[in-house]
Design a protein around this ligand. Structure first.
Ligand code: FES
Length: 151
């Protein structure tokens, strides 16, 4: 009998958790594009490189930090990873910016701007534009770090 109650409480709790998650997602869908949510929940290139050619860690005006590691071989970005303690939008922007520059030369990567990131995401709310700027600023700082090493 006791076990049954425990089970019912667990399933009630699961049900409630599911409802809350659905509500949150519904609210997010009203603010963010499908692509932004996809990149925020399933970001690509998360992590660090063991032997990066260039690294940068930048803190944005919101106080959140984004880190980028790049691996460059013969002037081509062959790998790129990021990490952030920021919002979901910064996760999406980090994912997109690292995807955008893979396979590009340093010169091509330097032309990637925050508007390119926003364009891939299909738009960002005004209050999250700085998240895309943070991702691009960090990328540029990582490229500068690489260049400053005289390679
Ligand atoms: Fe700080 Fe998005 S990076 S709010």
């Amino acid at each position: 009998m006791e076990k049954k109650n425990e089970k019912n409480e667990t399933s009630d709790f699961d049900e409630l958790t599911k409802k809350i998650e659905e509500e949150i997602l519904k609210g997010e869908r009203e603010v963010y594009t499908e692509k932004t949510l996809e990149e925020a929940y399933n970001p690509k290139n998360v992590g660090e490189l063991e032997t990066p050619s260039g690294t940068a860690r930048v803190t944005g005006p919101c106080g959140d930090t984004l880190q980028i590691h790049i691996k460059i071989e013969e002037n081509e970005i062959v790998d790129c990873k990021f990490m952030t303690d920021g919002c979901g939008a910064s996760m999406a922007c980090g994912s997109v910016v690292t995807e955008l520059v893979k396979g590009k030369t340093i010169e091509q990567a330097l032309t990637v701007g925050y508007k390119d990131v926003i364009s891939v995401l299909g738009g960002l709310p005004e209050e999250n534009i700085h998240c895309s700027v943070l991702a691009v600023d960090t990328l540029r700082a990582a490229l500068e770090d690489y260049k400053s090493k005289g390679r």
